[in-house]
Ligand binder design. Structure first.
Ligand SMILES: Cc1cc2nc3c(=O)[nH]c(=O)nc-3n(C[C@H](O)[C@H](O)[C@H](O)COP(=O)(O)OP(=O)(O)OC[C@H]3O[C@@H](n4cnc5c(N)ncnc54)[C@H](O)[C@@H]3O)c2cc1C
Length: 528
C-alpha cells in the first residue's frame, strides 16, 4: 500500500497541502508516500484553433519546475515519479486496493473531467472511491474559511461584491461597493485579513515523505525528462533558456525575496503597474504562482513581514504597495471561485451569463491581432511582447483583449486560446475569467479601451512601443501613438514605412464607445 500524491499545479514542497496530507496519512498508517507528476499529452495537443495548448515557453518553464521539484524532494529523502501519459492510464497501476490517491482540487471542467476518468479507472481496479481524496490549496483564502465549504453558488458576480462578502476582512464602507465601484482603488487592511489567511504549513522534514528503498529504486523513478520527452504532437523547437525566468520553487522564492527586499520595485508597484507598460511595473510572480511553485500564503506572509518591517505605516508607499500585491492575489482567488461557480460556461461564446452576441469571425483581423500587425502600436507592442517573452503586463493584456473583443467584436475565445498558448503564467481560471470580463460577459462594468488614448496616457514618450516595434524606433513621441498621421515624407525620414496601416479606420476611436478619455462604459444592453 502507498499514499500517492499526484501533484499538478502545486509544484512545490513548501506549504503544499497534498504533500502534508500525504505525510500525515503515511505516518498514521506507516506506509510510504509516492509523489507523482504526469505529463498529460492532452495539454500539449493543438487546439481546434490550431494553437499549441501549451506553447514552448511555458512548456520549458513547466519542465524546469518539475525537475526542480524532483531535486527538492530528493533532498528530503523522497523523490518524484515522473510519467508521460494519460493520468487515468498511468496512475491506477501504481495503486493497490487500499492505497490512497491525493490531489489538489481544481475547479474547471477539463481538469474535473480527467479526474472523473481517473476515478473510473480506479473503480475498474476495485479501488474504492473513498481512496480518492481532494485537498484545497491553490488560493490565498481557503474556500472553507469564507463560507464556500458547500460549493461555489454563493460566490458574487463581481469582485467588489466578493470583497463585500469578506466584510469582516474588508472593513471599509462595503455598503457602497457595487458593480460601479472602481475595483482598483480597494486595498486590504492587512491586520484584519490576516485572520482569514491560514499560515503556511510547517516545513516538511527529511523522512516525513518516507519512501522505501524498493520504491526509490523501482523502475521509472530515475526518469528525468528532457525536452524531447514532452508529449508534443510534433517537433517543437526548444526555446533558449532564460536565466532570469527559470521554473521551480527555489527560483520563485528567490524572485519573491528579491522583489520585496532587494529592489525598490515594491515602492513603485501600484502607480507603475498601471502607468507604465514596462519591465518592473508589477511583481512578475505570475509564472511561479500559476504552476504552484509559490504558495499564495507564502507571498502573503512575506508581504506581512515586509509591512511590519516598515512599521505597518499606511502612509509609507512600500507598505501600500505590498498591500496592493495582496489585493491582486485576492483577484486571483475571486476568479478561481467564480470559475467554480460557473463551470464550463466560462469557455462558452456568451460566457457565464449566456449573453447573446454575434462575434465576428474575420480571420484576417485575428491574424493581424495575434501577429502584432494591427497598425495600432499599443496592441501590436503587447502582442509582440507576448509572443517573444510569454509575458505582457495586466494593463497591456486588458488593452489587447478589449481591442479584439470590444473594438473588433471578434470571437473572444480565440484571444483567450491564444493567450493560453503563449502566456508563461497561464492559469486556466485567471485567463478565461479575465477574458470573459474583458469581453463584457459578466455582470461587472465593461471597460472598452481606447487604445490610442491609453497609449498616449500611459506611455507618453513611447518607450514601451519603441521597445517592441522596431519599425517605430525613430518616430518622435508626438507621432508614435498615431503613426497613420505621418506624411509620406515623415514615414521615410523616421524609417517607419514598414509599419502596417491601421486595420480599422482610426475614426472608430473617436466614436461614442471610444472616447478619448481612455475607457468607456458600454451599455450592457448592447450585449444581452
Ligand atoms: C485578458 C487577460 C488574461 C489574463 N490571463 C492570466 C493568466 O492566464 N494567468 C494569470 O495568472 N493572470 C492572468 N491575467 C491577470 C494578470 O494580467 C496577471 O496575473 C499579471 O499581469 C501577472 O503579472 P504579475 O505576476 O507581475 O502580477 P502582479 O500585478 O504583481 O500581481 C501578483 C499576482 O496576483 C495575481 N493577479 C494579478 N492580477 C490578476 C487578475 N486580474 N486576475 C487574476 N489574478 C491576478 C497573479 O497571480 C499575479 O501574479 C490576465 C489578465 C487579462 C486581462
Amino acid at each position: 500500500m502507498v499514499i500517492c500524491a499526484w501533484l499538478r499545479n502545486d509544484l512545490r514542497v513548501h506549504d503544499n497541502v497534498v504533500l502534508h496530507e500525504a505525510a500525515r496519512l503515511a505516518a498514521q498508517r506507516k506506509v510510504p508516500v509516492v509523489p507523482v507528476y504526469v505529463f498529460d499529452p492532452r495539454y500539449f495537443q493543438r487546439t481546434r484553433y490550431k494553437t499549441l495548448r501549451t506553447g514552448s515557453l511555458r512548456a520549458l518553464f513547466l519542465l524546469q519546475s518539475v525537475l526542480a521539484l524532483k531535486r527538492r524532494l530528493r533532498r528530503r529523502g523522497s523523490d518524484l515519479l515522473i510519467k508521460v501519459g494519460k493520468p487515468e492510464k498511468v496512475l491506477p497501476p501504481l495503486l493497490s486496493s487500499n492505497s490512497v490517491l491525493l490531489t489538489q482540487q481544481e475547479v474547471t471542467s477539463p481538469e474535473l473531467t480527467i479526474d472523473s476518468w481517473v476515478r473510473l479507472a480506479m473503480e475498474e481496479r476495485r479501488i474504492p472511491q473513498s481512496q480518492w481524496r481532494y485537498c484545497w490549496g491553490s488560493t490565498l483564502f481557503h474556500k472553507d474559511d469564507i463560507g464556500l465549504q458547500q460549493g461555489f453558488d454563493d460566490v458574487p458576480e463581481f469582485f467588489s461584491k466578493f470583497l463585500h462578502g469578506l466584510q469582516k476582512v474588508w472593513p471599509r464602507n462595503s455598503e457602497d461597493w457595487d458593480e460601479t465601484t472602481r475595483d482598483g482603488n480597494v486595498c486590504p487592511e492587512l491586520s484584519t485579513i490576516s485572520s482569514l489567511v491560514r499560515p503556511p504549513l510547517p516545513k516538511l522534514e527529511t523522512g516525513d515523505l518516507r519512501m522505501t528503498l524498493t520504491l526509490l529504486s523501482s523502475e521509472g523513478m530515475d526518469f528525468e525528462p528532457s525536452w524531447k520527452d514532452l508529449p508534443f504532437p510534433e517537433k517543437v523547437v526548444e526555446p533558449v533558456v532564460d536565466d532570469a525566468l527559470m521554473g521551480g520553487e527555489e527560483e520563485g522564492l528567490k524572485r519573491l525575496s528579491d522583489y520585496l527586499w532587494k529592489t525598490d520595485f515594491a515602492s513603485t508597484y501600484y502607480p507603475e503597474r498601471q502607468l507604465i507598460f514596462g519591465d518592473y511595473q508589477a511583481s512578475r510572480l505570475g509564472p511561479w504562482l500559476s504552476l504552484g511553485n509559490l504558495s499564495p500564503r507564502k507571498v502573503f506572509q512575506e508581504c506581512l513581514r515586509f509591512c511590519e518591517h516598515h512599521g505597518n505605516d499606511d502612509a509609507d508607499p512600500r507598505t501600500k504597495h505590498a498591500r496592493r500585491l495582496i489585493t491582486e492575489l485576492t483577484w486571483r482567488d475571486f476568479f478561481r471561485f467564480y470559475a467554480g461557480k460557473h463551470g464550463s460556461s466560462i469557455f462558452e461564446p456568451g460566457g457565464p451569463k449566456s449573453y447573446r452576441k454575434d462575434w465576428m469571425q474575420d480571420e484576417r483581423i485575428f491574424q493581424l491581432w495575434s501577429n502584432g500587425r494591427t497598425g495600432y502600436p499599443l496592441v501590436d507592442a503587447c502582442m509582440r511582447e507576448l509572443s517573444i517573452t510569454g509575458y505582457t503586463s495586466n494593463h497591456a493584456r486588458m488593452n489587447a483583449a478589449s481591442f479584439l473583443a470590444c473594438s473588433m467584436s471578434f470571437d473572444w475565445r480565440r484571444g483567450a486560446n491564444w493567450f493560453e498558448s503563449h502566456l508563461i503564467d497561464y492559469d486556466v481560471t485567471s485567463n478565461w475569467c479575465n477574458w470573459v470580463r474583458c469581453a463584457g460577459l459578466t455582470e461587472s462594468r465593461l471597460s472598452s479601451f481606447n487604445v490610442v488614448r491609453q497609449s498616449q496616457k500611459f506611455d507618453p514618450m513611447g518607450l514601451y512601443l519603441r521597445r517592441w516595434l522596431p519599425e517605430l524606433q525613430e518616430v518622435p513621441p508626438e507621432l508614435i501613438h498615431e503613426p497613420w498621421l505621418m506624411t509620406s515624407e515623415e514615414l521615410v525620414r523616421y524609417g517607419a514605412s514598414a509599419y502596417p496601416q491601421p486595420c480599422v479606420d482610426p475614426s472608430f476611436f473617436e466614436g461614442p464607445y471610444g472616447p478619448r478619455t481612455g475607457w468607456a462604459m458600454v451599455p450592457q444592453s448592447l450585449y444581452k
